[in-house]
Design a protein around this ligand. Structure first.
Ligand SMILES: [Cu+2]
Length: 77
């Protein structure tokens, strides 16, 4: 699948679970390609550039500069 993403602030798009990250800046949409081969509910975060990134499983959710945008739900076929 393809995600087309636009932003008005600089930062990083982070799809948890698949642990895919994409650096973003304002302007034309940017695309993220992925093969949705794992089922589940995967949080999508935006890491604003002012904040530091975090590693998967660090337990430091929602610190300054990180916003949960929603989630990607992948169902079994
Ligand atoms: Cu994140």
């Amino acid at each position: 699948m393809t995600l087309n993403i636009t932003t008005d602030v600089t930062g990083e798009f982070h799809l948890h679970g698949y642990d895919l990250k994409l650096g973003l800046s304002p302007g034309p949409s940017q695309r993220m390609e992925l093969v949705a081969n794992a089922t589940g509910n995967f949080p999508i975060e935006f890491h604003e550039a002012v904040g530091s990134s975090h590693e998967e499983g660090s337990g430091e959710e929602n610190e300054f500069g990180q916003y949960t945008l929603g989630s990607l739900q992948v169902l079994p076929r």
